[in-house]
Structure formats: structure tokens, C-alpha cells
Design a protein around this ligand. Structure first.
Ligand SMILES: [Zn+2]
Length: 450
């Protein structure tokens, strides 16, 4: 912490929810600096244990907010044992953990000992484990497995994995750097711009999986290792062909692939796909959509649930063949400014959102830029790669780019201002109906893809 920060106070990160009154003080959202995660998979005891050490910076005195949806055994703050309580946000749209010991502005350490309750299995003396994320439901990102912050926060993560008593060799598929591997042990270091939606991790018995790899040479002559993997017997070649075609298409439209590598887990049991930074688990149908998210969603990242519609709208606009819509004739929707605490994407992002992008495209073309919205999005990638954006920032940047006041579009169709669509008030994750690109995993499919 520097003196200047002490004097002027800390600026809130984009998408960081407001602190709120809690007990005689405040519940405060903080800025994680780093997280050391360690995962012990004990094949003999059939137990998955997590240990986490987080260093965070706090700008206001109060009780620190973080999240973990697995069971914790012990919590320490600055070495001192405490507890944490699950609390709803003031408007009840989400919930999180609040540390029961108040702390002052400055740097602190949070340590948590916990179990991993989800997406771990022990079969025939072999361990499997994965991070299966979803952003159409609340609390289904990294917090399912490890203590983490909300999407607004980008921080350095390292994951130490130990498999104790494994019968067969295991293999780890990840979008981080696998630093070293002693027998039964691996360290993964993720880039410091990752947030709770970013890390891909899948540990499997090596004998049950197959992979094919190729080098993709990007349009800036950057070497991008491309790996497609799947369960034994899966036909992976068509994934590889489509992945390469999609990379060529996206590079022509938006420039060089932004990540160091592309990892694809092809599995037809997955209902659609899920995007990660330079990685995806997907069925064949959703593959190109998910790779598009490596530019929008996991290249430029939503800072919270109210910004989540942007990348779905862009990816869906692409899926529908980059339509142009001169006049928006849809029912007003509430895509953003729902609540600063929302942590998932609303379903109208896909169809109505794509239509809004198609309209922006037509407006930019009319102003004389034949590349339309792609021209604006390419500029955004140059300015905002591996940073977060909010809907308000997208709007102000688009207004700057077009020289137009776009309130007449954003107010009714995005913010639902002065309109009568109150459906969002009843919106719960369950109201998020099925979408072909991002479906919900049934418990059975969840096990089978592991
Ligand atoms: Zn999507």
C-alpha cells in the first residue's frame, strides 16, 4: 500500500458492489492481491481437501466479503482463528460469506481450510477433479471449489495439486502454466489478470482420455498450441478442424488470438459449452460460440452479472451471421442496471442482446464505417484486452466511437428505464430458461463428463 492511496482512499474496482451496513459496521468488498490454493486428493480416504491463503487489500474498515460454496473447517484472518457467516446481499439477489472479525484498511491475510464438495470422484483407486463453471446461475464459478472473490476482481492464483495414493498416472488439462510435476504433484500458475471465471482445471486418469494437438500460427506469426481432448473413443478431428476454421475467422475479424494457447474439451454430453480464458468444455455445436468468448467474455471480461449480457450478445450476434438491424422493434428488456450484486447473465442476452448488437452494427455502417460494430469491437480489444468492462463503460465508449447519444437505445432496451417490463423483479436463476449454447448440467452429465 502506498502513502498516496492512504491519503486519497482507494478507488473501487469496476463492477465492485457497494459496501453495505452490517452489524455496527460495514460488510466490505475487497481487492485480492494473490491466492495460493492447494488441493489434496486422497485416493485412500476418498477425500478432497483445500487449503487457501489469500492476501487482500481493504479500503474501508469492516467485515470482509468473499465466497466459498464448499464446506469450510477453519478460517483465520492475520493468523487469528475466526469464523464466517453466509449472508444475503441487501436486495437478496445473491449471497456470500462475511468474515466475523472486522479489519482495518490495509493488507491482510485470509486463510481457509475447507473440503471440495463438488466435481471430485475417486474410482478404482484413481482421482478425477474439475472446475465446471456456469454463469447462468448464481455462485457457480471458482467459489464452488475454492475461496474466491466476485468477478470484478483479477488476481494472481496458484494451484498446488497433490494426488495421494493414485493407482495410475494422472494428467492435468489447464489453461494455466503447469510449472513442475513431481510424481503425484503439480503446480499450476495462472496469469495475474484471471478472475473467478477464468481458471480451467481438469485432472483425469491419463488412460481414460485422448488428445490431439496442433500448432496454430496466428496472423501475427504467434505460435498458439491448440489441444483438443476428450474421453477415450471420442472423435476429436472434427473439433480440431472447426477450431482452426473459427480461429481463422475470428482473427480476420478481431485480430490475433489473444491467449497463449487454446484448450478444448470436446464432449457431446455437455449441453452446449462453457467458456474459460483460452479454453472451453463444449459439444461440437457450441464450439465456435465458445471460442468467440476467448475474445469477448474471457478476453475482455464482464466486471459483474450486469455486464454478462455483453459477451453473450456479441457471440450470439456472430452465431446468427452478423445480422444488421436498422430499427429495433423488440420488447424492452432488462439486461443491465438490475442490481450491483447480480452475479449471473440474464437469458435475454442471447436473442434480444444479439438484436441490439445488430442494431449498433447498422448505425455504425450508416455513419460510413463499413466494418460496422466489428470496427468498434476491434478497438475495444486493443484498449481493454484482459481487463473488465461494465455496461456503462461499453455505452460511453460506443457513444465516443459513434459520436452519437445512445440513451434512446440503452435506456429502454438495456436498462429498462421508464419501461414496464418488471419481469426481472421475479427473476431468479430458475427463471433462466434453457439456452442451447449454455445449458445446465444434470447431476448425471456432471459425473459423466468428469
Ligand atoms: Zn456464450
Amino acid at each position: 500500500m502506498n502513502i498516496f492511496a492512504l491519503i486519497v482512499g482507494f478507488a473501487a474496482l469496476s463492477g465492485q458492489p457497494k459496501n453495505f451496513a452490517y452489524q455496527d459496521s460495514k460488510a466490505v468488498f475487497v481487492d485480492f492481491q494473490s491466492a495460493e490454493y492447494s488441493l489434496d486428493l486422497n485416493v485412500t480416504d476418498k477425500k478432497a481437501t483445500g487449503r487457501t491463503k489469500i492476501r487482500f487489500e481493504q479500503s474501508e474498515a469492516g467485515f470482509v466479503v468473499f465466497d466459498l460454496r464448499s464446506t469450510f473447517q477453519e478460517i483465520r484472518i492475520n493468523g487469528e482463528v475466526t469464523t464466517a457467516t453466509r449472508m444475503s446481499a441487501p436486495d437478496k439477489v445473491t449471497n456470500f460469506l462475511i468474515v466475523n472479525k472486522a479489519t482495518l484498511p490495509g493488507l491482510h491475510d485470509l486463510e481457509v481450510l475447507h473440503t471440495i464438495d463438488k466435481d471430485v470422484s475417486f474410482k478404482n483407486q484413481n482421482a478425477s477433479a474439475a472446475f465446471w463453471f456456469s454463469d447462468i446461475d448464481d455462485g457457480e464459478l471458482l467459489e464452488q471449489y475454492f475461496p474466491s472473490n466476485l468477478e470484478y476482481d483479477q488476481y494472481q492464483m496458484e494451484l498446488l495439486v497433490k494426488v495421494i495414493g493414485n493407482a495410475d498416472p494422472f494428467k492435468i488439462f489447464t489453461n494455466g502454466d503447469l510449472l513442475n510435476r513431481n510424481p503425484g504433484e503439480a503446480v499450476i500458475r495462472f496469469p495475474d489478470y484471471y478472475n473467478s471465471a477464468a481458471p480451467y482445471f481438469h485432472l483425469v486418469p491419463a488412460k481414460d482420455f485422448i488428445e490431439i494437438s496442433e500448432v496454430f500460427v496466428s496472423n501475427k506469426n504467434k505460435i498458439i498450441p491448440l489441444t483438443i481432448y476428450g474421453k477415450k473413443g471420442a472423435s476429436l478431428t472434427r473439433y480440431l478442424m472447426r477450431a482452426k476454421a473459427t480461429l481463422n475467422e475470428l482473427e480476420a475479424d478481431y485480430g490475433s488470438f489473444p491467449h497463449e494457447k487454446l484448450l478444448v474439451y470436446g464432449n457431446e454430453l455437455f449441453p452446449g459449452g462453457m467458456e474459460y480464458h483460452g479454453a472451453t468444455i463444449t459439444n461440437f455445436m457450441a464450439l465456435a460460440h465458445e471460442i468467440t468468448h476467448s475474445y469477448f467474455g474471457r478476453g475482455i471480461m464482464p466486471s459483474n452479472g450486469d455486464a454478462g449480457w455483453l459477451d453473450e450478445a456479441i457471440a450470439s450476434w456472430r452465431d446468427k451471421g452478423y445480422r444488421r438491424v436498422d430499427t429495433l422493434r423488440q420488447t424492452p428488456k432488462h439486461l443491465a442496471q438490475r442490481s450491483p450484486y447480480f452475479r449471473y447473465t440474464p437469458m435475454p442476452a442471447y436473442n434480444q442482446g444479439a438484436e441490439i448488437m445488430a442494431h449498433f452494427d447498422a448505425r455504425i455502417v450508416k455513419s460510413g464505417d463499413q466494418r460496422g460494430l466489428k470496427s468498434f469491437l476491434s478497438k475495444m480489444l486493443e484498449d481493454k484486452l484482459f481487463k473488465t468492462w461494465s455496461t456503462e463503460e461499453f455505452q460511453s465508449q460506443l457513444e465516443l466511437f459513434t459520436g452519437e447519444d445512445l440513451k434512446s437505445i440503452f435506456n429502454p432496451f438495456v436498462y429498462n428505464k421508464g419501461m414496464n417490463d418488471f419481469s426481472f423483479k421475479n427473476e431468479s436463476p430458475a427463471a433462466n430458461i434453457f439456452n442451447e449454447f449454455h445449458g445446465r448440467l444434470t447431476p448425471k452429465a456432471r459425473k459423466e463428463i468428469l
